[in-house]
Design a binder for this molecule. Structure first.
Ligand code: FE
Length: 198
């Protein structure tokens, strides 16, 4: 029986395979390297939680905008010049109240309204969070530092490919009357996901 030479048959590393696919696409004129660079730039410079922070600050200070945002989130954020990919067909904004806390997840994978609230953090993609937040949301939130009184109802929303969510947190009482810019500075990504309050 012939000996198998494992040194020769070793599988290429992920990096080598990615490079090979990219080079093959580039060679055929698909400009894969350029697309990767562009996506990297968007992810690091453009798709940031500050976009959602702007939206929420506007919603807190402009009741007519808030109404439009609740009615059609996608149209309202685009009104502010913020991008939404075509396949994010709906942006549903979930309003927190003193007795309701909304939380978002993607039980299947990692979907978020990433152009608005930023790319999902690692814990959001973790199987632990995805599996547990829907079954024992109160416990998961408590573990993440949000210990809600029993009278606060927790509503968990499972993202789909075409329906994305954003939580509209309550405006903290001490910030009433603040200008929009300053308000945007207190909004966090975690509050827009619903695992923190402000
Ligand atoms: Fe997903």
């Amino acid at each position: 029986m012939a000996q198998v030479d494992y040194a020769v048959r070793q599988t290429a590393t992920v990096e080598q395979r990615v490079d090979a696919i990219q080079a093959a696409l580039d060679a055929r004129g698909f400009e894969a390297s350029q697309a990767v660079d562009e996506l990297g730039h968007m992810a690091q410079e453009e798709w940031l939680p500050r976009n959602g922070a702007r939206v929420l600050a506007r919603a807190w200070t402009d009741p007519a905008f808030r109404e439009r945002l609740m009615a059609d989130g996608r149209a309202a954020v685009m009104e502010l010049g913020l991008p939404m990919p075509k396949h994010h067909r709906h942006l549903v904004v979930l309003e927190n109240t003193p007795t309701v806390q909304n939380v978002i997840c993607c039980t299947l994978c990692s979907c978020t309204a990433f152009t608005i609230i930023g790319l999902p953090p690692d814990w959001y993609k973790d199987l632990e969070y995805r599996a547990r937040v829907v079954r024992e949301s109160r416990t998961v939130l408590k573990e993440m530092g949000l210990d809600l009184p029993a009278e606060v109802e927790i509503r968990v929303w499972d993202t789909t490919a075409d329906t994305r969510y954003m939580v509209l947190p309550e405006q903290p009482a001490h910030t009433i009357g603040w200008p929009e810019d300053k308000l945007a500075g207190i909004v966090t990504r975690d509050a827009m996901i619903g695992v923190a309050r402000l």
